[in-house]
Design a protein around this ligand. Structure first.
Ligand code: SF4
Length: 500
């Protein structure tokens, strides 16, 4: 069978040869062929290519006002690259999963879209990398400017915002973390080694002989290296003391060990975003090194409200954001929260009455219990660093339901956070509008999925919180750009820009 197939193929190839074709495949044009009208670089870039939008958008920006270095050209000396060209290169790279300066430098030689965008300029990787390092605040402002433009064109609904956080890997391997105890131990070892080397040096000076083929120069070099290591360790020790932490990352001291879902524990930053529900565009973001989301609601919700310039705003988040103080602060600022209450009590698993079995009587400030008794307000204590009031009753001692209610000899106690009164309207509101809380996942989880998996921005390339925040601004800028390019198409966006 295969022999017959081979014969048929051979006959087909022979007939192509007879007809003047070289191969039976689609072939490209001859590399040495000259053309009368060579194609322009512009011919290679279609009208709906994203680079046309990047070009026009960067033209709109006043890079001097945004604080970019070299935005005002020098009249003497070697001319530098224009910040607008380097910014265009970065935006293109972040859109196309290419963020490292070396890879971006390579693109300037290989990629026809980059030829077009940079007019065949080839900045070296150091110039590209220095641009990002030197323009940390400028890059953040470019992202902010884009959000303002989106607002101007009514791309935000300004009614509902979903907040969520995700862990992005830092430039720090898990093994490169050192504890305060280890630092003290290493400093002690270094001190002992330096002392040994000095004694060897003294001996060599007295005897004027090298010991075990080690010269005085070798010893001095070793001492100087140890001193440098000691200085670094002392610096880490001071940083640790100031921060009150017990361990520090050596490569990027700002990142922290964080839980990363199913992947376990990694050195990360906690990236927070607030996403508007209308077109799922990111309206506010932040990079923190807090290991959880408990204190992130107010900063993000207020940043979003300010950007959207609205009087009231609905905000939804998962139960990781449930913090009475934060919710109370939002509510007092006309930010209506929709955050589920976590049930951390173990009473349910023990078969005991839970908090839900007790009814709060707001008028009389007491709780009605399942045994038809009243738990009244007693003292105020601090529980989990929060001001809390204890409610109890003496009736527990003789209650028939005590075995179903508590294991404590003293009887059942209800702990009520002093801000609970402000939380209860939120809980009522959530019952009345379950659809708002249910929208959270569909609004906010899409951007993180796109950023991490489609755009490949799940890990940072720079060190330090400030630099990492600038990187995140680039990620948010390009996510929002990608989103509106997909929603409206490049020709429409170009028409809008030309209208400006
Ligand atoms: S144990 Fe106390 S709180 Fe519980 S049902 Fe009885 S009286 Fe009420």
């Amino acid at each position: 069978m295969s022999k017959i197939k081979h014969q048929i193929n051979q006959r087909f190839i022979d007939s192509n040869h007879r007809n003047g074709r070289e191969t039976p495949y689609i072939t490209g044009s001859d590399r040495n062929q000259t053309v009368m009208f060579p194609p322009l670089v512009d011919d290679y870039v279609s009208n709906d290519n994203p680079v046309r939008f990047i070009e026009e958008y960067v033209k709109l920006l006043d890079l001097t006002e945004l604080g970019f270095t070299h935005s005002v050209p020098k009249l003497t000396g070697r001319p530098s690259y224009s910040p607008s060209d380097l910014l265009k290169l970065y935006i293109y790279g972040y859109l196309k999963k290419t963020r490292s300066s070396r890879q971006l430098a390579q693109l300037t030689h290989l990629n026809v879209e980059v030829f077009w965008l940079l007019k065949k300029l080839h900045p070296d990787f150091r110039t590209i990398s220095d641009f990002r390092k030197d323009n940390v605040s400028g890059l953040k402002k470019v992202c902010q400017e884009f959000t303002i433009k989106c607002k101007k064109f009514n791309l935000f609904g300004g009614e509902l915002v979903a907040i969520d956080g995700s862990k992005f890997n830092a430039v720090n391997h898990n093994s490169k973390v050192i504890s305060a105890k280890n630092i003290t131990k290493l400093i002690k070892e270094i001190d002992e080694n330096i002392e040994d080397y000095f004694q060897n040096l003294e001996r060599q000076d007295l005897t004027e002989e090298s010991i075990e083929e080690t010269t005085a120069e070798d010893l001095k070099a070793a001492i100087s290296k140890l001193k440098k290591d000691r200085e670094n360790l002392s610096r880490l020790q001071t940083t640790l003391k100031e921060s009150g932490e017990t361990q520090i990352a050596q490569t990027d001291p700002d990142c922290k060990k964080m839980r990363t879902g199913h992947q376990g524990i990694d050195m990360c930053y906690n990236v927070q975003i607030a996403v508007d529900s209308k077109h799922k565009l990111i309206v506010a973001h932040d990079v923190t090194n807090d290991t959880n989301d408990l204190n992130q609601l107010v900063p993000l919700a207020e940043q979003a409200k300010e950007m959207l310039e609205v009087e009231t705003l609905n905000v939804t988040a998962d139960k990781g954001y449930f913090n009475e103080e934060q919710i109370a602060e939002c509510e007092s600022n006309n930010i209506k929260c929709y955050i589920p209450t976590p049930d951390n009590s173990k009473n349910k698993s023990k078969g005991l009455f839970t908090y839900k079995d007790f009814t709060y009587d707001k008028k009389n400030d007491l709780y009605d219990c399942p045994g038809k008794e009243k738990l009244t307000r007693t003292i105020e204590v601090t529980k989990h660093d929060k001001p809390t009031v204890i409610y109890k009753t003496k009736a527990c001692k003789t209650c028939n339901l005590k075995s179903k209610c508590t294991t404590s000899k003293e009887g059942r106690r209800i702990y009520r956070n002093i801000h609970k009164g402000l939380i209860e309207p939120m809980q009522e509101r959530m019952k009345e509008n379950p659809s708002i809380g249910n929208q959270r996942k569909s609004i906010v989880e899409h951007p993180f999925g796109t950023l991490k998996h489609t755009m490949g921005h799940g890990h940072f390339l720079m060190r330090g919180k400030e630099n990492v925040a600038a990187e995140m601004s680039m990620s948010v800028l390009t996510y929002n750009m990608k989103r509106i390019m997909n929603l409206f198409g490049i020709p429409t966006l170009l028409a809008i820009i030309n209208y400006l």
